[in-house]
Design a binder for this molecule. Sequence first.
Ligand code: PPE
Length: 314
Amino acid sequence: MGGMETTHSADHGIQAGWIWLNGTWLPQEEAKVSVLSHALHYGSSAFEGIRAYETPSGPAVFRLGDHLKRLAGSAKILRMELPVSLEVLSEVACEVVRRNGYRSCYIRPLLFRGAHSLGVNPLPVPTELMVAAWNWGAYLGEGATSGIKAVTSSWIRSPGHVLPTKSKAGGNYVNSSLAKADAVSAGFDEAILLDAEGYVAEGSGENVFFVRQGRLHAIAHSVTLIGITRDTVLWLAGQLGVPVEVVMATRDELYLADEVFVAGTAAEVTPLVSLDFRPIGDGKVGPVTQALRAAYLDLVRGRRQAPQGWLTHV
Ligand code: PPE
């Protein structure tokens, strides 16, 4: 810990190969937008983060339909129009995996207001759509298996009457980025943000869970993104016979928990071994987290029976 550069987070240099932009497949170097794009000036965009995994029957996208439904929801909240149907978008998401020859990858659809007119009013500006994919390893570094060190951020999760936290709006991520940058500069791997009332909200890019006396506690949605991984983890807990509660929690409830972990598409299931300089439990990855993480990785890789529609083979 200590230096400005110290972080377990991987260097996410992007090699995206073929990118789909407004209906055309382009090499990364040619997939460009104008510096006058509305989204660049005002954060008027919405995105998704989806993973495809290698399964015994070839690459498959995990919960593609649910991610695209959430993108449509983000668009609705932001009064943006999806330029193509979800069926077309679903096909493009599979094609971006095939065309780039990935066995597994991260898929990023991005809806954004392009270059038409500037000024805060977004309504005159048509929405554009891009889909790219790249290799994204462990989002939070080696800590994915050995556990990460997190810190409660001094940045507060934007309340729902400040920003629409149920949309994956580009602009919302100014909040996450501020928290993440401070955490990383202070030598931590991730930031946990509280809401305006002081309750635990979420990580900069994940939902938060904790375990106490064998019961899994998920944080209530309040001002958080409705995580698809969170939903998957709750389903898996049911499968594994782990009792579940959905709660509001203060930061000190996390200090007293036996286990704490964060979950998201990029982060998958990542254990916390310390929070705000306090070890979580005995400072090692706990058994419930371990079991859920293993079950999650089996599920996404087609090695555990998944509900209908969760795996889309490309
Ligand atoms: N909260 C936030 C703020 C968030 O960004 C994510 C995903 C989640 C919760 C979990 O959502 P889900 O992926 O549906 O389980 N964060 C995405 C972006 C990360 C990034 O750095 O970019 C992701 O994990 O893809």
